[in-house]
Design a protein around this ligand. Structure first.
Ligand SMILES: NC(=O)c1ccc[n+]([C@@H]2O[C@H](COP(=O)([O-])OP(=O)(O)OC[C@H]3O[C@@H](n4cnc5c(N)ncnc54)[C@H](OP(=O)(O)O)[C@@H]3O)[C@@H](O)[C@H]2O)c1
Length: 348
């Protein structure tokens, strides 16, 4: 990049917004010019408006910035959205109309026919839909998947490419930070597991099929495998664990599966994007890994960790995967998508 691209973060005070602030601190290509949030925060200094939840200190660049309302602004061609889905829909459309590229964490537009649902390593070709939107609306919205979807789709991609997939069964154990702040009341989750997360199972059953689908004639045809999902909230802080069983279209050995997962690389690695993990999928062979506390920060939270690879007596194979939900499962994926968009010349 000759010159840094000015960017804004919508929902900058929330859990995902804070991750973006942290990950954009000193970014080689992007310069944070605007931090925006709700009317409760607008007009306050970010240091006063945001209750900082992350381990490291709030980045110095952000502390004195005055939080803005989420309204389109001049001179900011790239916008990260970490807004709740019930408000993101309209606000993101306003930014798109104003000509910005919006890299969104929210689910509002994920299933729109002309909006790409992208994991940079998995379906970078779907970004061509940005051109379709730019022709119709001036700007464009690009979404990432739900926090559990992103890690599941990353692990399914090499298997779908090498062997084909016909059925997938997934049971998630999702961390508390996935519910935003303050999230689940402590008395509901301490000493407990909650076997329901509103809206989560339909997302996990639909989104990976769009992500692994084919872009043909300006629209995505979903992949034809079926997914059955059961989602649970557990009392970990960060890192979603998922128990996955897969049925393949062609026969493969355990070694074939392990090889396909461990060797997987995508465009972010080829292009050496600043936030790309060296290994998007890390395979572990110990019988008791991955674990949230031990493995969520591998590759700075940008990888999916797969372990417990073994035969399944109902489908063909099963494994356990783990991924950081606010890094690769949210902020990190929108950032990698934005880097890919910038590298491919989509940002005006
Ligand atoms: N947490 C995760 O692991 C995760 C993973 C994947 C995707 N996501 C998605 O990412 C988005 C953000 O999640 P989160 O967990 O960061 O939520 P959060 O902690 O509740 O933060 C929400 C942010 O949106 C702002 N906001 C709320 N209402 C607004 C309004 N009416 N107008 C403008 N700004 C408003 C809040 O500002 P104030 O502080 O001023 O209220 C805050 O900055 C959601 O769509 C979520 O589904 C989250």
């Amino acid at each position: 990049m000759q010159q840094k691209i000015p960017v804004a973060i919508l929902g900058a005070t929330g859990l995902v917004g804070q991750r973006l602030v942290q990950m954009l601190d000193g970014h080689p290509w992007f310069d944070v010019r605007v931090l925006a949030a709700s009317d409760n925060s607008a007009g306050k200094k970010y240091g006063d408006a945001a209750k900082w939840h992350l381990g490291s200190d709030m980045p110095a660049f952000a502390r004195e910035m005055v939080v803005q309302p989420c309204e389109p602004m001049d001179g900011v061609p790239l916008v990260f959205s970490a807004l709740p889905s019930d408000v993101a829909g309209e606000i993101e459309v306003n930014f798109r109309k104003a000509g910005a590229i919006v890299s969104s964490n929210a689910s509002s537009h994920r299933m729109d026919a002309d909006v790409p649902l992208v994991i940079s390593e998995v379906n970078p070709d779907h970004l061509e839909l940005v051109r379709v939107q730019q022709a119709n609306y001036h700007g464009a919205i690009v979404t990432n998947g739900n926090c559990s979807t992103i890690h599941l789709a990353l692990a399914l991609k090499p298997l779908a490419d090498a062997f084909g997939l016909s059925r997938v069964i997934v049971t998630t154990m999702q961390a508390l930070s996935g519910a935003g702040y303050p999230g689940v009341p402590s008395l509901d989750i301490l000493d407990n597991v909650v076997p329901f997360i509103g809206g989560e199972e339909p997302k996990l059953e639909k989104e990976p099929r769009k992500i692994l689908g084919k872009l043909e004639g300006g629209r995505v045809t979903d992949a034809d495998f079926k997914i059955s999902a059961s989602c649970n909230r557990v009392a970990t802080r960060d890192g979603h664990l998922e128990a996955v069983s897969v049925e393949l279209k062609t026969k493969a050995s355990l070694d074939d599966l392990r090889h396909a997962l461990a060797q997987f690389r995508g465009q972010p690695q080829e292009l050496r994007l600043p936030t790309a993990p060296e290994h998007p999928i890390v395979v572990r062979d110990e019988q008791d890994r991955p674990q949230p506390r031990l493995d969520r920060d591998v590759e700075k939270g940008m990888a999916t960790v797969v372990g417990r690879l073994r035969a399944c007596s109902v489908l063909d194979y099963k494994f356990t995967l783990l991924g950081h939900n606010t890094i690769r499962g949210a902020a990190g994926s929108t950032l990698l998508n934005a880097e890919l968009l910038a590298a491919k010349g989509f940002v005006p």
